[in-house]
Design a protein around this ligand. Structure first.
Ligand code: PEP
Length: 251
């Protein structure tokens, strides 16, 4: 890793009651942060305000798992960037593979969501990744470049300054199968090369690229040792305080 500040982010998905979320964030505020990482948690919407309240004054930042592209309106069940911010989020995930595959978020929709988040000053963690079939057909970078090109279309590098990219191979999410550190490094380097070509060398060097997909306390150290891996987006193990604390304090 270079001098980019590492990010360790936990995606709690559709887990945890309010009480469980409160207990988890309270434990995490005592986890330490020996790498001076940016620590982020993305609780479900029902816990967002409570977690943000309990995280206040700690080093932990709170993210929304998604946002709608409109500020308000007749969009039953959706949450707007205005509401996410109001609840205490300063960051949002966009394009998580479950949003893409389960809820049908297309590149075009994701592009509108990125615009909405940026319009309201939410930092974006933009997720990309290939399926197993796409990897086996040697289409990994083709898929990722198209996700980046279309999802981030029509923004200048100035507008995208501070965006974080999360590389999450779909075949590694929640499956227990982790990309090897070499596989992760290869794709991260290719993403950085893409960013250099699409924007500039400075932009690419400053942009944090996270790896996600079955990151555990037992494999985080070797993943974080890769030069182009700037952090981790963690699902399952971010729900277990001791495990996530160990991930935050990677070696
Ligand atoms: C995720 O959902 O972003 C993720 C990486 O999940 P897990 O760590 O459980 O594979």
């Amino acid at each position: 890793m270079t001098n980019r500040t590492p990010i360790i982010a936990g995606n709690w998905k559709m887990h945890n009651t309010l009480a469980e979320s409160a207990a988890l964030i309270t434990a995490l505020t005592k986890a330490g942060n020996k790498n001076k990482a940016e620590i982020i948690v993305a609780p479900s919407y029902t816990s967002l305000a409570e977690v943000a309240k309990l995280a206040r004054g700690s080093e932990i930042q709170v993210a929304s798992q998604d946002v709608h592209w409109e500020d308000k309106g007749a969009f039953t069940s959706a949450v707007s960037p205005v509401q996410a911010k109001d609840a205490g989020a300063t960051i949002t995930l966009i394009g998580h593979s479950e949003r893409r595959s389960v809820f049908g978020d297309s590149d075009e929709i994701l592009n509108k969501k990125v615009a909405a988040a940026l319009r309201h000053g939410l930092k974006v963690i933009f997720c990309v990744g290939e399926t197993l079939q796409e990897r086996e057909e040697n289409k990994t970078m083709q898929v990722i470049e198209s996700q980046l090109k279309n999802g981030l279309a029509n923004f200048t590098q100035e507008q995208l300054k501070g965006i974080v990219i999360a590389y999450e191979p779909v075949w590694a999410i929640g499956t227990g199968k982790t990309a090897t550190p070499e596989q992760a490094q290869e794709v991260h380097a290719a993403i950085r090369a893409y960013l250099t070509g699409a924007y500039s060398e400075d932009f690419a060097q400053a942009t944090r690229i996270l790896y996600g997909g079955s990151v555990k306390d037992s494999n985080v150290d070797e993943i974080m040792a890769q030069p182009d891996v700037d952090g981790a987006l963690v699902g399952g193990q971010s729900l277990i305080a001791e495990k996530f604390a160990r991930i935050i304090n990677f070696n």
